[in-house]
Design a protein around this ligand. Structure first.
Ligand code: AMP
Ligand code: GLY
Length: 421
């Protein structure tokens, strides 16, 4: 099978790494890829948000299966164009990708599915939004409706903060994403993510994870795309996972199918858990990054079989072969991230690190130049390890981190603290 993966981050390196281990994979191309991906697969450069360009490339290269990593091509309808061209694709249609691309769409689907989530109002007018805040009080959560690279959510501890956030959003701080604003009840509890494969009809849970969104140790400082993650998430016990599947995931997938937008791909359910009750915080229509890295480390080669079964509508007969293991990933980022940071510093020592089924450094923002590996992104490396216990996985990951010679980088020493406390 010839496989094309779209994307360039640590998520796509981890997907490529798992796919390559499966003997079904004859040839793997990743577009655009990065320096780490180039060590295990061919990389190609074209516009991955242009469905026509992706379809042409796939046809010219005799691709049998396309796996779409990030949300932008999904929201741009790339999966639809590829299916029209008769290609097998892993990833939802543009219509179904609205579960991530529009928060008010998701809230409305959850209402129709009776899925537990935060109470909300949605507004296209600042005065009405402010009136809602004055009526319901703080804390409250103000969200830009559209895709805002993870930055369009303001947790407002006071009414004044919420009003400022409303002014910012309608003032264009998040561009078109803020033309509509959702205001939600603030939910308390512990957050965890559940990853579910969906083939339009059948669902299959493939693992849970918790990430660390804040840049600083002890969960302090500004939000990031994620500074580390581990799987499984202890808070998502078998009972709570079953409730999340029965009360949230299955009913919303049923509503999507009934409305003529069957969902196919991976569904990332961000959950808030309190007193044994999971409630939906958000859906994403792709694997999390860096959550994918720990999931792929645990699933290995079977990840390809499972994604193929989802794409072919055969999930009803699929099952996950679980090892009783734990995985963790530590993100190494460029100094200054998530603010401005320098590009081009050299990373040394990577060739001294182990690479096997329990140890892997996935590249997120790197480029190869003259035989050197250069940092070219904010989040640069995802140092990932597996073990029989989370502590063992964590010790392995930090031993690798300590072997990376990159003075311009930084990382959190406390990834996994919540699960180990
Ligand atoms: P989202 O982009 O919707 O995932 O929001 C980003 C983060 O904001 C989530 O991961 C939560 O930590 C937090 N958050 C979002 N909505 C709520 C809510 N209704 N109550 C509490 N925290 C929330
Ligand atoms: N790590 C969070 C995300 O991928 O959305």
């Amino acid at each position: 099978m010839n496989i094309l993966i779209l994307g360039s981050g640590g998520r796509e390196h981890a997907l490529a790494w798992a796919v390559m281990q499966n003997p079904k994979c004859d040839k793997l191309i990743v577009a655009p890829g990065n320096a780490g991906i180039a060590q295990i697969a061919d990389c190609a450069a074209f516009d991955i948000e242009d469905g026509g360009a992706v379809a042409n490339f796939a046809e010219e290269n005799a691709i049998d299966f396309v796996i779409i990593g990030p949300e932008a091509p999904l929201a741009a309808g790339v999966a639809d164009r590829l299916r029209e061209a008769g290609l097998l694709v892993f990833g939802p249609s543009e219509a179904a990708a609205k579960l991530e691309a529009s928060k008010s769409f998701t809230k409305e689907i959850c209402d129709a599915a009776n899925a537990p989530t935060a109470a909300y109002g949605h507004f296209t007018d600042a005065e009405a939004a402010k009136a809602h805040v004055r009526q319901h009080g703080a804390p409250t959560v103000v969200k830009a409706d559209g895709l805002a690279a993870g930055k369009g959510v303001i947790i407002a501890m006071s009414e004044a903060e919420a009003i400022d956030a409303i002014d910012d959003m309608f003032g264009g701080a998040f561009g078109g994403a803020g033309a509509e604003v959702v205001i939600e009840e603030f939910m308390e509890g512990e957050e965890a993510s559940l990853f579910v494969l969906v083939d339009g009809e059948n669902v299959l849970a493939i693992g849970s994870a918790q990430d660390h969104k804040r840049v600083g140790e002890g969960d302090t400082g500004p939000n990031t795309g994620g500074m580390g993650a581990y799987s499984p998430a202890p808070v998502l016990s078998a009972e709570i996972e079953a409730r999340a599947m029965e009360e949230i995931v299955k009913p919303t997938m049923k509503v999507m199918a009934e409305r003529g937008m069957p969902y196919q791909g991976v569904l990332y359910a961000g959950l808030m858990i309190k007193d044994g009750q999971p409630r939906l915080v958000e859906y994403n229509v792709r694997f999390g990054d860096p959550e994918c890295q720990v999931l792929m480390m645990r699933l290995g080669a079977q990840a390809l079989d499972l994604m193929q079964a989802a794409a072919e509508g055969r999930l009803g007969e699929a099952q996950v072969n679980w090892a009783d293991d734990h995985a963790i990933t530590v993100v190494m980022a460029a100094a200054g991230y998530p603010g401005s940071y320098e590009k081009g510093s050299e990373i040394k020592g990577l060739d001294t690190l182990p690479e096997d089924s329990s140890n892997m450094v996935f590249h997120a923002g790197t480029k190869a130049e003259d035989g050197k590996v250069l940092a070219v992104g904010g989040r640069v490396l995802n140092v990932t390890a597996r073990g029989d216990t989370l502590q063992e996985a964590r010790d392995r990951a930090y031993a690798m981190v300590d072997g990376v010679d990159w003075p311009q980088g930084f990382f959190r020493r406390d990834i996994g603290w919540r699960a180990l406390k």
